[in-house]
Design a protein around this ligand. Structure first.
Ligand code: ARG
Length: 461
């Protein structure tokens, strides 16, 4: 028997070249279980509408159960001539229910509403798994922050020393974007929780089937309001792809820090042996491969999003076969993030921070110059003047190859009469950190609060 679903008006089967091009089981088979779940829900609305009697429903559900068992065990799988997951499962149903009963299931649905629904179910399941993985990285960052409550480091802008910050503050700055990524998936879920099942090919179903019943059965909040939109739109898939790409970008920015920090020149961190690699030729090497793969995969995740958006652009309504190309990009994103997130969390959790070196570098590069200017402002000096005076301190130090705290009382007085000896009190990292005590700042008390807030947010999500 032909595996094709449209024998009637065709004189012969598809050419080998078309079949090879058309085939999608190599990637859509992962939807087999949710497809069977969709079929079970569909059988129930057919029964509700009087299109299957009680015995037929029981027989259909039994056949679908057996099919599901065989899909799970691997006893049933796609054949070379099955076009897609739906075609293969229809064949499997026919084998188990017989053609008379099995042939009744297709009434009132189309692969167009089926696939649009299944992708949503699958992505909704996957976001829960991925969110867990992202929260694993958040947890590693938060616990590293908690383990280093008072450790300072050089805060940078333009990669140049800017102002001292707490290491914990910097680590939490990487945690918040990841928390927002998880939040994005949660928000996304409201839009994804709408079922296209019952949209048919595009125009809806004429058989008295209840799309709301199928939607409820499959864990959706509601059916789509428009059957054309239900079968033709993929913005929900694209939005998933954006969050996956953004997560990749957020991980990549952490990765870039780790890669720099692990260099001899920075010397801020040591990577754990279990989360770094060696070189086949250079015995001394210890490489940050996990971070590099994260950075590399961010490009790939963005590519997946870009490819999908480009596929959608310019498609007329309603379903077009181009839409079959929506799946591989997001499946690839899921597969990449699934292997990346656990490794990345492990890498972060096992970093050893060289806090002494970070503390030593924190005040260097004249990173306390802003503290001089702000001290002057507190003495009533206009900031424009204060900025000039602090700049003059930096210039004096640069000329003599010394640091700000090496300036003597006489040096300071010579630069400006406003610079009384008390200014030296702010010329310490501790003083500088403690002074930035507004909400969101790097003062130890604020960072301790922030850490609890991040922990609480992670638990909520
Ligand atoms: N495999 C297709 C997809 O992934 C669904 C089949 C719809 N095919 C069709 N000729 N209408 O989008």
């Amino acid at each position: 028997s032909s595996a094709s679903l449209w024998g009637g008006r065709f004189a012969g089967g598809p050419s080998g070249a078309l079949a090879a091009l058309s085939k999608s089981t190599q990637f859509d088979w992962r939807l087999a279980e949710v497809d069977v779940a969709g079929s079970q829900a569909h059988a129930r609305v057919l029964h509700q509408a009087g299109l299957l009697d009680d015995a037929e429903l029981a027989g259909m559900l039994d056949a679908l159960d057996r099919l599901l068992t065989d899909v799970r065990s691997g006893a049933f799988g796609p054949r070379e001539d099955d076009e897609d997951v739906h075609t293969a499962l229809e064949r499997g149903l026919m084998d188990r229910a017989g053609a008379d009963l099995g042939g009744k299931l297709r009434a009132g649905r189309s692969r167009n509403d089926q696939i649009a629904t299944l992708v949503r179910i699958y992505l909704r399941e996957q976001t829960r798994v991925l969110a867990g993985g992202v929260l694993g990285v958040v947890d590693a960052l938060v616990e590293q922050a908690a383990a280093h409550p008072g450790a300072p480091m050089p805060g940078r802008t333009h990669l140049q020393h800017a102002q001292p910050v707490l290491l914990a503050h910097h680590l939490l700055a990487h945690a918040w974007p990841l928390l927002r990524d998880v939040e994005r998936w949660t928000d996304w879920d409201r839009r994804a929780a709408v079922s296209p099942y019952g949209s048919g090919a595009l125009a809806g179903s004429s058989l008295g089937l209840d799309p709301a019943a199928v939607a409820r059965d499959l864990g959706f909040d509601a059916p789509v309001a428009n059957s054309i939109d239900g079968t033709a739109s993929r913005d929900v898939v694209a939005e998933f792809a954006f969050v996956a790409a953004m997560t990749g970008v957020d991980l990549s920015r952490i990765a870039e820090d780790v890669i720099l920090w692990a260099t001899k020149e920075f010397g801020f961190v040591d990577l754990h042996d279990a989360y770094s690699t060696g070189s086949s030729i250079m015995p001394q090497k210890k490489n940050p491969d996990i971070a590099e793969l994260a950075r590399g995969k961010a490009g790939r995740l963005i590519g997946d999003l870009t490819g999908l958006m480009t596929t959608l652009k310019g498609l007329p309504l309603a379903y077009n076969r181009d839409l079959q190309e929506d799946k591989e990009p997001v499946f690839d994103q899921i597969d990449q993030l699934s292997v990346l997130l656990p490794a990345f969390a492990g890498m972060v959790a096992t970093l050893t921070f060289r806090t002494e070196r970070m503390a030593e570098l924190a005040p260097q590069g004249f990173s306390l110059a802003t503290d001089i200017a702000e001290w002057l402002v507190r003495q009533g000096v206009p900031f424009r003047v204060a900025h000039e005076v602090a700049g003059a301190c930096v210039r004096a130090c640069e000329e003599r190859g010394i640091e700000l705290w090496d300036l003597s009382e006489d040096d300071l007085a010579a630069i400006s009469p406003h610079l009384t000896p008390e200014v030296r009190e702010v010329l310490t990292v501790e003083g500088s950190l403690a002074s930035r005590d507004a909400v969101g700042g790097t003062a130890p008390v604020r960072v301790a609060e922030q850490l609890e807030a991040a922990r609480a947010r992670a638990v909520e999500l």
